[in-house]
Design a protein around this ligand. Sequence first.
Ligand code: GLC
Length: 709
Amino acid sequence: MTQAELNELLNDMSRSEKVEQLVQLHGGFFGNIDVYTGPVVDFHMTADQPYRTGSVLGEHGAAHLKDLQNRMMEKQPHRIPALFMADVIHGYKTGFPVPIAIGSSFNPALAEQIASAAAKEAAASGVHVTFSPMVDLVRDSRWGRCMESTGEDPWLNARMAESMVSGFQGGDYGEKGKVAACAKHFAAYGAVQSGRDYNVTEISEHTLFEDYLVSYRAAVKAGVSMVMTAFNTIDRQPCTTNRRLLREILRKDMGFEGVVISDYAAVSESVTHGSSASLRDAAKKAMEAGCDIDMMSECYLHHLESLIEDGELSESLLDEAVMRVLVLKNRLGLFENPYKDASEEDERSLHFCPEHRELSRRAAEETTVLLKNDGALPLDEKQKIVVVGALADDKEITGSWALFVDESRTVTLREAVQELYPNADTEFFASDEIAGEMLAAAGKADVVVLALGENQNQSGESFSKADISLSKAHAALFEAVYGVNQNIVTVLFGGRPLAVPELAEKTNALVEAWLPGSCGSYALADILFGRVNPSGRLSMSMPYCTGQLPLSYGAFSTGRPKPDMQGFCPFVSNYMDAPNVPLYPFGYGLSYGEVAYSPVRLDSSVLTRDGKLTASVRVKNCGSLPVKEAVQLYIRDITGSVVRPLRELKGLQKIELAAGEETEVCFEITEEMLRFYDRDMNFVSEAGAFTLWIGHDSLTDNGADFRLE
Ligand code: GLC
């Protein structure tokens, strides 16, 4: 349709029809629900009313959605097609590694490939909009939703966000195999106090803009079609009814013109937060704030019309919101083809297809992080290898948002090892029980592989933990095995960094596998046996203990930084019972064999405002295996009108080097990269001294100084 035709349609719609376009219900209202993502409620609707709503949450399947679309359009006074939206976060039928793992690939291009494959599979099943990418910055792994984020760094999250938007939407999401993307959860949901889900946030304006908004800004710049409001408060106002956040920051400052949707029941929850007096008051506040669609609450449904009739709300706000929804439907081509890509034939050919299974495996090769290796890895097929732990046999390693993945087809670590390494002398005890037979076998083994950590039911929405230590059962299992064999390779599964200092001290090798997806165990097996050289880098720091949280490499000096020393130091900023630094920091990860960096070379030590400065290093693969190396550029602004982080990731190049190969890696530094929010919240750079580093992780001291004139 043309814009003129959309305008004509809007003008012809009744007020109740317009309101119903702004309501989203889950499948239970249509007699079918296999996906619960929030509380189930009754909105006292007539039997036909759900069919007149504008969009549906969580339904999927080509045949089912073609039928549902027909049933809805029949009830629509203007036969306006419905939008079908679902949480395709990191895969639809093929499960890819969870986003915190995707962040650990340090490879935005990989994130784009994953989103593109997920879009193809979901579009074939009739999905129009995905509630992804989740772009929340996370620095507190007590929050179970760190699993859904690409990590603790604003710059990396921004690169991942724009890549995933591009992967889902392409140049035009009306094209076949593309879906509209939704950046969530706006804003700063990852900053919930104490890491407890749905809690308030208490962060400064500087922290909001400098750290938490960067990835949303990148998603908007990349053309994301939708933004979802977060459950938390910002400045003591629920995001969903926060007019400054939505109209001033998102729309005016960031220039977002798409649809704003609330999170599940979040409009009504402003009453529970205590900032709306009633569901009617909540509807008024949310519409005035600029929330277009009310997901799974009855506020808009039962109160918008009367607010307008009573003169408490301008109908122009309703019309604006409805037009944004109609424009989204139009860009998806739904007025011409209400089923878009729904095709049972394409479902059969695309779902879990060899190409996507291969991508799932290749992705896990880049997301798996080798954290320690004192020589136990890689394994040799001739060794006597005993594998211990229930997680070695657990198919629930695709992530708690892998709602549509066929878990029966998820490959376990045991299956992968037995399939790929049939000649290896392996024995499996896929249990967490400390049993005599297992200990006897472990005691005689050349090496023991321990599968520990969390499966997908320990992280994700609402799965907050007050203590992120290894579980007592797994700590006891480790100690029992360590008591009979000190040559242990520990594989950690899970959707969050765990605090494992004792284990890290004792295990010979430590691998962070995250939740690797449908075929990720193949990659894990290949890494353990040395066929693949690990290249993952932590997207989120691993703390020594929960007490260090929130934690990030991008910390500040403070007025009393701790000197470089072990143990407690009085009258400076440190703990009596823990170090300040993480066990393993952001950007950290090992490979088999060393990757050497030459000292940084600058083509000038002075950067002018309109000029650029080139920093370069030579990087050499000193190992015997091909390696993928995430070359990282960090910059520190030594002095600012406000305090500045000790270092910030400002560049990344993921390169591949054959054994013995050396190459030069160059980064161009510009004034724009040095901008930050000054004391008056102006986004500016300030002349002065800077240091940059280029290296393997956020600990690198391979640096050089320069000045901005
Ligand atoms: C959930 C989540 C959100 C998801 C939505 C729809 O509560 O917070 O991420 O997209 O509901 O399922």
